[in-house]
Design a protein around this ligand. Structure first.
Ligand SMILES: *Cc1c(COP(=O)(O)O)cnc(C)c1O
Length: 362
């Protein structure tokens, strides 16, 4: 069998979830959208079911996948519904629903619902993607309550730059939120992973009725580009690994791989590894991107191809055919690989495909 695989440590996932709740002092919806950022939504939700206050996904299709697998408890749809017809499923499966636009509010007013909904009313506090304008926010809240279709409204917003630790945009957004929610006595939900980890002072005054929405931190990756103390307490959940399937000894001056992008500078032992961009390893990772071979630091060389890539074995005489290569995990952080490849750990994880996901720590 092809040796490429992604190991998923569910114990680490539970550790990170508990840390999110402990650090925030709030209830936490585990964000498992996009197949739990590539980690497998059903298995991750099952592993968290006992601990968790609920889950969040991007759409009703993702929520139904969880319900069909027997996941109970709250599941929030982070973008609500895309068509009014989904309200039937939302009611039937007792899903919680973000309302971010006027047409969604009107659909709820007109829907023939038997049971009242749990709605999370989204404010655009400055990200300018979705959500109600601050001037319309209180009005939307009152209309929802008056509709008779809603049991509870949670006030929410989303930060655009909380991952930038030297940026004051989160303060500004929080002030916009506080202003818009004045006089509205309801629970709130503000923080994603970077807001939760990076801005403890800013959210010190938040009440315990607050809900946080951790995503990337559950999977053990830092949302920050620079070192951050709390983020070092996260445990990586995914280990992407494979093995060396061929070894070449090349003299100096020989090209390796497509496009001859890498040319040996010295006599080089090249290891060929069963891992490629079709598995989700980034094609843009340059020569020099860190990895581990049998636990020892080495580097990618040459262009990543669809099913294979090449690594430098020159300084690792004990390594060769069959050696285990870790691309990211507990030894090489996904954030470091992402930094080298000009992307973010979110995208590395979401892109993982074809390789079997192998779970432990159930
Ligand atoms: C995806 C998402 C989150 C989780 O964000 P992380 O940065 O992964 O913690 C939280 N809230 C909303 C609205 C989201 O769409």
């Amino acid at each position: 069998m092809r040796p490429a695989r992604a190991l998923i440590d569910l114990q680490a996932l539970r550790h990170n979830y508990r840390l999110a709740r402990e650090l925030s002092g709030a209830r936490a919806l585990a964000v498992v959208k996009a197949d739990a950022y590539g980690h497998g939504a059903v298995r991750c939700a099952r592993a968290l079911q006992e601990d968790s206050d609920g889950f969040a996904v991007a759409c009703v299709e993702e929520a139904l996948q969880l319900r069909e697998a027997g996941i109970r408890g709250p599941i929030l749809l982070l973008e609500g519904f895309f068509e009014a017809s989904e309200l039937v499923l939302i009611e039937q499966h007792e899903l919680w629903c973000v309302v971010h636009a006027q047409w969604q509010l009107e659909s709820i007013e007109q829907a023939p619902l038997k049971r009242p909904l749990n709605v999370w009313l989204k404010l655009d506090s400055g990200m300018h993607r979705v959500g109600f304008h601050p001037a319309d926010y209180a009005g939307a809240y009152q209309r929802l309550l008056a509709s008779g279709k809603v049991a509870k409204v949670v006030l929410m917003t989303h930060f655009s730059r909380a991952d930038e630790l030297d940026c004051t945009r989160s303060d500004e957004q929080l002030a916009v939120f506080q202003q818009a929610r004045q006089g509205l006595a309801a629970e709130t939900s503000l923080r994603n992973s970077p807001a939760l980890l990076g801005w403890p002072q800013l959210f010190k005054e938040q009440p315990a009725s607050d809900w946080v929405r951790p995503g990337i931190m559950l999977y053990g990756a830092t949302p920050f580009e620079q070192q951050q103390a709390l983020a070092t307490r996260l445990q990586p959940v995914m280990t992407l690994e494979s093995r060396v399937i061929s070894v070449r000894e090349l003299p100096a001056g020989e090209p390796v791989g497509y496009g001859a992008r890498f040319v040996t500078e010295r006599a080089t032992r090249v290891g060929v590894v069963a891992m490629g961009y079709a598995d989700g390893y980034p094609r843009h990772a340059p020569s020099g991107t860190p990895l581990l071979i049998d636990g020892q630091p080495s580097r990618l060389i040459g262009r990543v191809s669809m099913d294979m890539l090449t690594v430098d074995l020159s300084d690792l005489p004990g390594c060769g055919l069959g050696s285990r290569v870790e691309f990211w995990g507990k030894g090489v952080l996904a954030s470091d690989v992402a930094g080298a490849a000009g992307t973010i750990p979110y995208q590395l994880f979401c892109n993982v495909r074809r390789v079997p996901l192998v779970y432990s720590g159930d």
